[in-house]
Design a protein around this ligand. Structure first.
Ligand code: AGP
Length: 594
């Protein structure tokens, strides 16, 4: 959801900012821009399109300080004019977030004679800075942020200040220092190659960076001191490593993601901490929350958990949970699942649950994210930095982390079993990756007008995830359904142009799902099957267009193995159709706005 970056005290700001924007591009890629401060003048280049559109424009830029932006449009369509930075003679601003009261501010400023050149909410920030500037940059910044409602991470250049200003409120921002220079960026991987030490800004912080010096204050101007720490090795990205896309690279990293997540759970003493808390608080229910893929992994984890714990366990989408009267209270274990730990709905849902007295666990891949600062306990997912917008390895890491979480709550023998299952799943994931080539399946998908995914039991959330993955990277419409539901309406849509993919890994339910496939085929629909070894119903042989087999994985890790052919299917279909699986249209990886 927009990536922002800034630097000061460097030799060539433009080159460095351009590199940083490439690292941040997964956050949005409909337009990009850079401003540099060159001998007291602000020079700006910006363009609709991907970051690479800026390449010819940045060659001639000089300057030792600058700011950059890669955009995911919220207010105002993708265009050169709406691209950031937004500038005046004296100021240039990049923004990630939404200024909710922008219309009111714009009206007020326009009435005072300010001119506007874009349809964005962000432009009000630069006009406010102009309005409040009386020769004192700090005063202008503080007066400006006081007027803003919503969520904002800002980086600001001022022609009269040889550095940059960074502001954080409800959108991520990290500052870094080293080698006589200062930096800021929306996330850590963009800084990892530039500096050794970083500090995560908290909400309500302003940073003034000049050369290698950074000072901090709160929104009232009171000084703050921040502790810098080395960039964790886990956030460094190593590029594509010979893979054509991050999506397939990250699918291949699934076994390591599961293995490292299991190791981190043990290392960080999560079992002991959860068991102690469960004993002390006596949970009466568990509510899991997340968005998109994270919701799908949360839903998958509910299967089996209720039987294991003997208390209600349910999953909800975070965007719904946060706006209704919740039944979360002191007896609730609230589990927020988020790869980025920055998804606005999930972070706010966790805040709401905490406010109502729940104990909050954050299952996240980003240890320094906003979600971790809300949570009472952090359950680490160690998938490593996930670059592709479509989540793959983080889903499997989440499944492993959640299985261990429920195992830990279930007592010593349940934990032992969860551990055994999670460790065993590592090799099964690797086998599924090497076995499921899925070329025929991808051809079948690519030639379909619509693809449905069906499953029963834990295969239902897997069907949801398979459908989400295919939709987001191939743009082929479709839906995931419990296998029994299709005939209650959607069967009316089945014809020869549609494909249904049945997920069958639960032996006791295999014949039921097979019947649903029969009903589809009998009405002229086409079908394919993803099944666990030994689960393939004999009746379907010869009836369906493809079979993909995964190792039989029982228990709560089953979705982590079963999802792999579906991820590969989505990837190969996207490539076959000439889509960019790493940066699907209209999407961004980190959804930090509502
Ligand atoms: C997954 O492929 C999607 N890009 C999206 O649904 C994602 O899972 C969702 O936005 C939640 O993100 P989070 O895990 O970072 O909170």
């Amino acid at each position: 959801m927009c990536g922002i970056i800034a630097c000061a005290g460097v030799k060539c700001a433009a080159k460095l900012l351009y590199g940083g924007l490439e690292d941040l591009e997964y956050r949005g890629y409909d337009s990009a821009g850079i401003s540099v401060l060159d001998k007291g003048n602000i020079v700006t280049v910006k363009r609709k399109g991907r970051v690479c559109e800026l390449k010819p424009l940045v060659q001639k830029l000089c300057g030792s300080a600058g700011i950059g932006h890669t955009r995911w449009a919220t207010h105002g369509k993708p265009s050169d004019a709406n691209a950031h930075p937004h500038s005046s003679d004296r100021f240039s601003v990049v923004h990630n977030g939404i200024i909710e009261n922008y219309a009111q501010l714009k009206g007020e400023l326009a009435a005072e004679g300010a001119a506007f050149f874009s349809a964005t909410d962000s432009e009000v920030v630069v006009r406010l800075l102009e309005k409040y500037y009386r020769g004192d940059l700090k005063e202008a910044v503080l007066c400006t942020v006081e007027r803003l409602k919503g969520a904002f991470a800002l980086c600001i250049l001022c022609s009269e200040y040889e550095g940059f200003v960074a502001v954080r409120y409800r959108n991520p921002l990290i500052v870094g220092e080293g080698g006589g220079a200062s930096y800021a960026a929306s996330d850590m991987p963009a800084l990892s190659g530039l500096c050794k030490n970083v500090a995560v800004l908290q909400d309500g912080t302003v940073a003034f960076a000049k050369g290698g010096e950074i000072s901090f204050c709160d929104f009232k101007g009171r000084p703050l001191s921040l502790t810098f720490a080395p960039v964790p090795a886990s956030v460094r990205t190593r590029g594509l490593c010979g893979f054509p896309h991050y999506m397939i690279k990250e699918i291949n990293e699934i076994p390591a993601a599961v293995k490292n997540t299991v190791a981190a759970f043990e290392e960080q003493g999560c079992r002991q901490a959860l068991a102690r808390t469960a004993k002390r608080r006596g949970f009466s229910q568990v509510v899991l929350c997340g968005c998109g893929t994270a919701y799908n992994s949360a839903l998958a984890a509910t299967y089996g958990a209720e039987e294991l714990l003997g208390i209600p366990v349910r999953a909800e989408t975070a965007g719904e949970f946060r706006y209704r009267q919740t039944s979360a209270g002191a007896g609730t274990l609230f589990v927020a699942v988020s790869q980025s730990g920055e998804t606005a709905d999930t972070v706010e849902a966790a805040r709401a649950a905490k406010k109502s007295g729940a104990y909050v666990a954050a299952v996240t891949n980003v240890p320094y994210s906003a979600l971790t600062s809300v949570a009472d306990i952090v359950i680490p997912v160690r998938a490593g930095t996930e670059v592709c917008v479509a989540a793959t390895k983080s889903y499997c890491g989440q499944i492993a982390a959640l299985a261990l979480l429920f195992g830990a709550l279930g007592g010593a023998s349940q934990y032992k079993k969860a551990m055994r299952d999670a460790c065993g799943a590592v090799a099964m994931c690797a086998k599924a990756i090497s076995d499921c080539l899925s070329e025929d399946a991808a051809r079948a998908c690519a030639s379909s007008s619509c693809v449905y995914f069906i499953g029963r039991g834990t295969d239902y959330p897997v069907a949801l995830e398979g459908s989400l993955k295919l939709r987001e990277v191939s743009y082929i419409p479709g839906e995931g359904y419990p296998a029994g539901e299709l005939k209650h309406g959607t069967l009316a849509l089945i014809d020869g142009s549609t494909l249904t993919v049945a997920v069958i890994t639960q032996r006791e339910l295999s014949e039921k799902v097979a019947s649903a496939v029969e009903q589809i085929c009998s009405r002229g629909g086409r079908a394919g099957v993803v099944c666990a070894e030994g689960c393939a119903p004999a009746s379907l042989k010869g009836r369906v267009e493809f079979f993909m087999e995964v190792p039989a994985c029982r228990g709560m890790l089953s979705p982590a193995v079963a999802v792999i052919p579906l991820q590969l299917l989505a990837y190969r279909t996207a490539v076959m159709l000439g889509r960019d699986p790493d940066k699907p249209r209209n999407l961004a990886k980190s959804v930090t706005v509502e």
